[in-house]
Design a protein around this ligand. Structure first.
Ligand code: H2U
Ligand code: ZN
Length: 364
């Protein structure tokens, strides 16, 4: 038998120093999912000799004849894109979900359970310009993207076969994006997927206890703490959440209680375009590269109406850690135990906040 006594060894190593989360390893609870992240601020100085990603080329043509998302071009299927001027939505030619899948459940014994899942997958081109990103689009054009997002939720949400609509964008080759042309995706499913379902559970439990939406109270606490806010305007705030996992992860929140994107008033949509642009320019300026990320919107499910506990928000999960070429890996301990980070959420917010709002490509 191995002879050990955790309490004795804890006692012997106990020092008189008080716990300081800016210096000492600790874990933080994600109030939105109920999960934990390990924070190790003392590790920031460790050397790096591992993989570096190549910075993607910075110049792209306004129109690429070989791009399957540019206006007028043929896609991988047999269809051709129209000569679109703002945004353009089409059904994914390689959709992961289909609306005509037969409904059903197959269960064999205790371990083999399969449920048919139906849904719709679409692609949203954000702009006809092949060379732009959301960070470099003009706010009125970003506003068109906001309207398209809201329309997708509205339209797909009316379908009784659909219970939840996920909007997202994979930006940059390092995040698996297949094409630099600015675009995002919509996957709408009958059932609530894993991440929104954790958030539904935690937000509902909080609402039952406190009679207020969790993220509305959380934003008030973040504004009072004033340590993790990155950018704000009249209607929106972008901050590094206290429980962030990715080095420069952010959460975008409306100031008022909003269940989902279609509810946003015109001025709130303009303000969102302004906030997204300012946040994304800071991201690009951080390592002077077109910053890769996966982002997406979470809002109330579309089936049912008992969702007063929900608050609309967007997550940005960028993988870069210390340069345009060094990214964080979610491997070993993250896969087997719990996510871990070195730079604290407060340090990340401070770095993002300090950056200029003029895109580096426009600086002399
Ligand atoms: P990314 O967001 O990861 O770049 O994916 C783009 C999507 O575009 C991907 O799901 C679809 C792929 O199936 N696509 C088409 O629907 N038609 C095409 O001609 C090529 C890519
Ligand atoms: Zn969320």
């Amino acid at each position: 038998m191995i002879d050990y006594d955790v309490r004795a060894s804890d006692d012997s190593s106990k020092s008189e120093r008080p716990f300081d989360p800016a210096e000492h390893p600790h874990r933080r609870r994600n109030a939105l999912t109920g999960e934990w992240v390990l924070v190790s601020p003392h590790r920031m100085q460790r050397p790096w000799q591992g993989q570096t990603e190549h910075a993607p080329p910075q110049t792209a043509p306004r129109y690429d004849p070989s791009c399957y998302l540019c206006p007028g071009n043929a896609r991988a299927g047999r269809l051709t894109n129209p000569a679109y001027k703002h945004t353009f939505v089409f059904t994914n030619d390689f959709a992961a979900l289909q609306s005509d899948t037969p409904n059903g459940v197959m269960q064999r014994g205790r371990f083999f359970l399969a449920q048919a899942e139906t849904g719709v997958c679409r692609v949203i081109c954000f702009s006809p310009r092949h060379d732009l990103t959301l960070a470099r689009m003009d706010p009125p054009d970003i506003r068109q993207v906001v309207d398209t997002w809201a329309e997708q939720i509205e339209e797909l949400g009316r379908d009784p076969q659909i219970g939840y609509v996920q909007l997202f964008e994979n930006r940059g080759a390092v995040m698996g994006s297949s094409n630099p042309h600015p675009h995002g995706q919509v996957w709408a499913t009958r059932r609530l997927p894993t991440e929104p379902s954790k958030e539904d559970r935690e937000q509902r439990a909080y609402f039952t206890r406190r009679n207020a939406p969790l993220l509305v109270d959380y934003l008030a606490a973040e504004l009072a703490a004033a340590e993790r806010v990155v950018v704000e305007n009249d209607a929106w705030v972008a901050l590094v959440p206290y429980w962030a996992i990715w080095p420069f992860e952010t959460l975008v929140l409306p100031r008022r209680h909003v269940l989902h994107l279609p509810e946003l008033a015109p001025l709130e949509r303009d303000a969102l375009a302004d906030l997204l642009k300012r946040l994304l320019i800071r991201y690009d300026n951080l390592f002077e590269t077109s910053f890769p990320y996966s982002m997406g919107w979470h809002g109330q499910p579309t089936a049912g109406d008992d969702y007063a506990h929900w608050q609309l928000h967007a997550h940005f999960f960028p993988p870069l850690l210390r340069s345009a070429t060094v990214k964080k890996f979610m491997v070993g301990y993250e896969m087997l135990a719990t996510p871990q980070r070195d730079i604290t959420a407060e340090q990340a917010a401070q770095r993002l906040r300090a950056l200029p709002e003029l895109h580096y490509s426009k600086r002399r």
